[in-house]
Design a protein around this ligand. Structure first.
Ligand code: PBG
Length: 326
């Protein structure tokens, strides 16, 4: 029997790139950068090979390294000098992110997004301020509405320092609206919001929590981050953020949630971002170290898959390495 249709005809070297459906470009990528107020030299992040926490003085140098690979956007995370129950260093004018962003925007032309969350700044490591639940035996939980004021303040301080985009990652109800309102009222209408709209309670964040020193001191984040079992709920979460004025919609993590990336892509017209998180990075490195798979090829294939699923931009710790090969 001769096959009537032969897809293999289009797999020769000459035509393969011509009929390729998905492309990956350095300009699709955003690189996370960690700035640390507790150190005056660069500190390697053990669980994320190749990544470092840099002091404020090195923030511009770090960003310049990113730009040299062709990546034109960064996401700044901060590790503050001190922590307290309210996370006060998160909105300090001389806070670590504010200082770093001021320097970066003064001295480079990189596009600067900032992570707006409280877990690196609170001594309990949760993404907001705490309250005890209504029942007598209730556990401490994050007070949603009280946290909104803090998030708005943090976002405003980042915008005032020069951030082009703020990215709230705490999964508080109403966070995008609260931030949009504050930015508009304080002369920062140009500052965009990329919402971590569908952020799951994921074990793939493990290495990041070492990197940013933001692990919860007790309990977990199940009462604010999403249940991995839910997909329809993600669309509901994303819709709320669209209604509140989000400019870019993020799904996080990426690889275990490509179905969500695809559904968000198909349901909304906004740009979709996917966060290829620390665990997705660390597991490829670990397997590569064992000689079990090729880091370069699996990283590239991962990012291509995320784009194919529908992401317009990808936050990834592979940004620099992959951009160098594109
Ligand atoms: C802070 C935040 C986290 C990540 C990004 N912002 C950690 C968390 O929610 O525990 C994770 C990023 C990664 O794993 O690469 N809310």
């Amino acid at each position: 029997m001769n096959p009537t249709d032969r897809p293999r005809r289009l797999r020769t070297d000459g035509i393969r790139p011509v009929v390729s459906e998905t492309s990956l470009d350095a300009t699709d990528l955003m690189a996370p950068v960690f700035v640390d107020a507790t150190t005056d030299e660069r500190v390697a992040i053990e669980s994320m090979p190749g990544h470092e926490r840099v002091p404020v003085e090195e923030a511009v140098a770090r960003v310049t390294e990113v730009q040299e690979t062709g990546v034109e956007a960064v996401m700044v995370f901060g590790i503050p000098a001190s922590k307290d129950p309210e996370g006060r260093r998160a909105w300090a004018e001389d806070g670590v992110v504010q200082e770093a962003v001021r320097r970066i925007t003064r001295e480079t032309d990189v596009y600067v997004a900032t992570d707006v969350c409280m877990c690196e700044y609170t001594d309990h490591g949760h993404c907001g301020i705490l309250e005890r639940g209504a029942r007598e035996d209730a556990h401490l939980t994050v007070d949603n509405d009280a946290t909104l004021d803090h998030l708005a303040r943090i976002a405003r301080s980042h915008a005032a320092a020069g951030a082009d985009m703020v990215a709230p990652s705490g999964m508080m109800d109403g966070m995008v609206g609260a931030i949009r309102e504050e930015l508009d009222a304080t002369g920062h209408a140009e500052c965009a919001i990329m919402s971590y709209a569908a952020k799951y309670e994921s074990a793939f964040y493990g290495p990041f929590r070492d990197a940013a020193d933001g692990a919860p001191a007790f309990g977990d984040r199940r009462h604010y981050q999403m249940d991995p079992a839910n997909a329809r709920e993600a669309l509901r979460e994303v819709r709320l953020d669209v209604e509140q004025g989000a400019d870019v919609l993020m799904v996080k993590p990426a690889l275990p949630y490509l179905d969500i990336v695809r559904r968000v892509r198909e349901t909304f017209d906004h740009p979709v971002a996917a966060y290829n998180v620390s665990g997705e990075y660390a597991m490829l490195h670990a397997a590569n170290e064992k000689g079990w798979l090729s880091l370069e090829e699996t990283a590239l294939e991962s990012l291509l898959s995320i784009k194919r699923a529908g992401a317009d931009l990808i936050l990834t710790y592979f940004a620099e390495d992959v951009a160098d090969h594109l």
